[in-house]
Design a protein around this ligand. Structure first.
Ligand SMILES: [Zn+2]
Length: 283
């Protein structure tokens, strides 16, 4: 298996974690850090963080489920680009390399409507545009759909060409409460990063994994719950994090975040929580 694709079994659910490319981020900006935060954690904030963009495939009994569909298509002057870096092959190529048939995908969950999580849902331009996962139903948080109405009014926007196209074809479901997609696989709303942000819980044979989207972008946010991007709804994200942290600990769950390279677990430490990396990824 190529290096950018990793496999993990969760009971009877076979999982592939596919990195479509790394970006660099200024952590002060990303985490909304104050001068006091920077002074207290100089080593952390001195670095430029390198974050992957990961899609996750879950092969559950009777269902082929993709969580997020990103394409690495930044403009050449984007500050997110890492100098000299070449991204891995794109999502469709990587799915094929992992033996996953895009035509056979039954469900596509968009954790939230930020471009790097949904810009690979369709391919082709104008009249030729078509879904990359033509036989799948697609699931987006209703709050994100409502927020993108101004963009949907422009037929040339990314939103119109992807989620708008799927909506016109009757392939988009809007989610605002827990929704079971297949035996053991459930979407849970987790607003904060965006109004419709959602996570996916996969449970099989006593093992549990959550695809947590952008609930956390870097592991340091787990220990410092006040750290979150400036675009977040702070109250909503605080509630989502607190409620889910309890579940993550109670279920001893494995966690895959879109932008954290390592699979992890959350441990309770004193009054708070910490992210701990897991080394159980099979190559
Ligand atoms: Zn993201």
């Amino acid at each position: 298996m190529p290096h950018h694709i990793r496999q993990l079994a969760v009971g009877a659910i076979q999982t592939h974690i596919i990195n479509i490319g790394d970006v660099q981020e200024d952590l002060v900006r990303l985490l909304g850090a104050t001068d006091g935060d920077v002074a207290a954690h100089p080593a952390l904030f001195a670095q430029t963080a390198r974050l992957p963009i990961q899609s996750i495939h879950l092969a559950a009994p009777g269902a082929s489920i993709l969580v997020d569909a990103g394409a690495y298509d930044y403009p050449p002057d984007s500050p997110l680009l890492i100098p000299g870096y070449t991204p891995p092959p794109d999502l469709l190529t990587s799915l094929a390399a992992a033996g996953i048939d895009a035509q056979a995908i039954t469900h596509v969950v968009i954790t939230h409507a930020h471009g790097d999580h949904f810009n690979a849902l369709t391919e082709g331009e104008g009249e030729q545009a078509r879904p990359c996962f033509p036989n799948a139903r697609h699931y987006l948080g209703r709050g994100d759909w409502e927020k993108m109405q101004p963009e949907l009014a422009d037929p040339a926007s990314l939103q119109s060409r992807t989620l708008g196209l799927l909506h016109r074809r009757g392939q988009l479901e809007l989610v605002d409460s827990p929704l079971e997609l297949a035996a053991g696989v459930t979407i849970l709303p987790a607003a904060g990063e965006s109004p419709g942000h959602q996570v996916v819980r996969a449970h099989s044979q006593g093992e549990t994994l959550y695809c947590i989207g952008d609930l956390y972008h870097v592991s340091a946010e787990v220990e410092h719950p006040a750290w979150m991007p400036p675009w977040n709804d702070r109250a909503a994200n605080g509630q989502s994090r607190a409620a889910l942290n309890e579940r993550f600990v109670a279920e001893d769950a494995l966690l895959v975040a879109t932008h954290i390279a390592e699979v992890g677990r959350i441990r309770r430490v004193g009054d708070g929580y910490m992210w701990s990396h897991c080394s159980m990824i099979e190559d």
